[in-house]
Design a protein around this ligand. Structure first.
Ligand code: PHE
Length: 341
């Protein structure tokens, strides 16, 4: 545009500009109109340069004319801007609107079964001691479940644990009656010294009642090293009990298992002084014959072992009164334990 001051042209720019302002549907469009007319390269800005070329007397008038145009433009602009912003805000809120009456779509947090919770706590106790975790098969050869554990053939001790035998009989396979079946496996597969725990399912042909289940879980602890004694066993059992039940006091009572000598039942004083003694584990020093089954010289090495019933731990820990609750798998029962501690 050449620098000629032309009020008529400017007036029609102004009218056009005001129409464009009215037509602008967004802040962005409005801003574009402003820059078209009053931006640094805008029509009015360029035209204002012509003022300099005017006669002195005409400059004032021209200046005032520009001022009037700008004022009119600005007021139309601001008015429209307010409206546009209001509409934009409204549209934004509309977009963020949440329908509180819609059905719930998130899945509620799951919960762990108390047997899983107790198993995990026991596992973490052993790994924190630096013990390794192992496992063995549930369908086990009678040799690992009985023979290698110093149960003589036809010894009444085999009937102590009501065994499920697999067919055919010659297979000599059983559903393992105890996680002690992992002892000799561990000794044969891992180097000495050995500190290992295993947790798993065991099976006995007991009917389901408030205290027994034909399928339950045990944790087996086994240590084989030079110079281990009953005091080491007692130390580990004591710290396991205090990890699981906080301030538990323990005692060992004489007992009998074919695979340990001497053998004990371990009791724990639940609830501290004034509480009651509850039986928690079978335990003992690994019988020399068991070490020999795994090719370990009992003159050089001694070991201790213990077996803890996981259901028992869970029942004592969470005050569960009836085994049925643990095995029935009613999700409402597990839900109260959430994710544990
Ligand atoms: N296996 C034994 C049981 O099921 C427990 C036990 C384990 C005892 C290890 C001594 C040593 O009763």
């Amino acid at each position: 545009m050449n620098a000629v001051f032309d009020p008529q042209a400017l007036s029609s720019f102004l009218e056009e500009g005001k129409k464009e302002i009215e037509a602008a549907g967004s802040s962005q469009e409005l801003e574009a109109v402003r820059s078209k007319y009053f931006g640094s390269q805008g029509l009015f800005s360029l035209a204002s340069k012509s003022i300099g070329a005017l006669q002195k007397g005409e400059r004032k008038e021209a200046g005032e004319f520009f001022g009037k145009c700008k004022k009119e433009f600005d007021s139309a602009f601001l008015k429209r801007k307010e409206r546009v912003e209001e509409e934009e805000e409204k549209a934004k809120l509309e977009g963020e609107k949440v329908d509180m009456t819609l059905p719930f779509t998130r899945f509620p947090m799951g919960s762990l079964h108390p047997v899983t919770l107790a198993s995990r706590q026991i596992e973490s106790f052993f790994t924190s001691l630096g013990w390794s975790l192992g496992e063995g098969p549930e369908v086990e050869h009678a040799w690992y479940n009985f023979d290698a554990l110093n149960f003589p053939p036809d010894h009444p001790a085999r009937q102590m644990q009501d065994t499920f035998y697999m067919l055919p009989e010659e297979s000599r396979l059983v559903l393992r009656t105890q996680t002690s079946s992992t002892q000799v496996r561990e000794m044969l597969s891992k180097p000495l010294p050995l500190y290992a725990a295993s947790i798993g399912r065991v099976f006995r042909s007991d009917p389901l009642d408030a205290f027994h289940s034909p399928v339950f879980h045990q944790c087996e602890g086994l240590a084989v090293d030079r110079g281990l004694s009953v005091s080491d066993l007692k130390g580990v059992l004591g710290s396991l009990a205090s990890r699981l039940f906080k301030e538990a006091e323990i005692r060992l009572r004489p007992s009998y298992f074919p695979f340990t000598e001497p053998s004990f039942e371990m009791d724990m004083l639940l609830g501290g002084k004034g509480g009651k003694w509850v039986e928690l584990a079978g335990a003992g020093m690994v019988h020399p014959n068991v070490l020999k089954s795994a090719g370990i010289d009992p003159e050089k090495y001694t070991g201790f072992a213990f077996g803890v019933g996981i259901e028992r731990v869970a029942m004592l820990k969470y005050g569960i009164k009836d085994m049925h609750d643990l095995v029935e798998g009613d999700e409402r029962f597990s839900r109260q334990f959430a994710m544990g501690e």
